[in-house]
Design a protein around this ligand. Structure first.
Ligand SMILES: Nc1nc2c(ncn2[C@@H]2O[C@H](COP(=O)(O)OP(=O)(O)OP(=O)(O)O)[C@@H](O)[C@H]2O)c(=O)[nH]1
Ligand SMILES: [Mg+2]
Length: 198
């Protein structure tokens, strides 16, 4: 069971990307056993994105009322254990909350039971709001980009080439190691990107 963590700030396009990633991973897999289970972590008591994803036909587990990078870390490990025992899918995709520190989640997953699960971290970055967000939210954005293996610069349909180049340079200054792709999650995303993560 592999874990793919999808992080990125509020509204950056995480759920839109999860829908496409799940569709890619499900592929022509067996229908009797889900190949993909999605964990939705939301800060509030009531989930929204979990209903969108469940409505699209996916097996979704909600973790509400806190963030798995801190207060809900125990619940995350317990949920993963339950998923592996009862369903044992090929992949668990987890959409983090928009304010999660994926490094914190990775730390939780690197200890104990979860340590043997392979994990890939993907961070969405909203190109259309990049400059406006960077100053007030620099510390969260830095933390989200820091540990990512793959960074998807999203909403490229809303910016011109010069603005995109600026976002690119800014992101490279935070994380020079990650693989960076430009996407618009409203359109079909190149499946080669998902193949790298799978
Ligand atoms: N124009 C444009 N809009 C996008 C794109 N990707 C996502 N959106 C829109 O941006 C909004 C937020 O997208 P979501 O996928 O819900 O983002 P999210 O990161 O899951 O949001 P939260 O879970 O609330 O943090 C929605 O209205 C999407 O339709 C994109 O590439 N281009
Ligand atoms: Mg979402």
């Amino acid at each position: 069971m592999k874990v793919i963590l999808i992080g990125g700030f509020l509204g950056s396009g995480k759920t839109s990307a999860v829908l496409q990633l799940a569709k890619y991973l499900v592929g022509d897999g067996p229908v009797d056993k889900p190949r993909v289970v999605i964990i939705e972590n939301e800060i509030g008591e009531v989930g929204i994105d979990d209903k969108v994803l469940a409505g699209a036909g996916y097996d979704v587990k909600g973790l509400f009322n806190g963030c798995v990078c801190c207060t809900m870390s125990g619940e995350l490990v317990y949920t993963l254990q339950k998923i592996e025992k009862n369903i044992n899918p090929a992949y668990v995709i987890m959409e983090a909350t928009g304010v999660a520190d994926p490094g914190g989640i990775k730390k939780v997953l690197d200890e104990g039971y979860a340590a043997r699960l392979p994990i890939k971290i993907c961070c969405l970055a909203d190109a259309s709001r990049w400059r406006r967000m960077l100053v007030p939210l620099g510390h969260i954005i830095k933390a989200q980009l820091d540990g990512a293996h793959v960074i998807l610069i999203n909403k490229t349909d809303l910016v011109d080439a010069a603005a995109l180049a600026e976002v690119d340079a800014s992101i490279k200054s935070f994380n020079g190691d990650a693989v960076v792709h430009h996407i618009s999650a409203l359109r079909p995303i190149d499946t080669a990107i998902w193949a790298e993560m799978a």
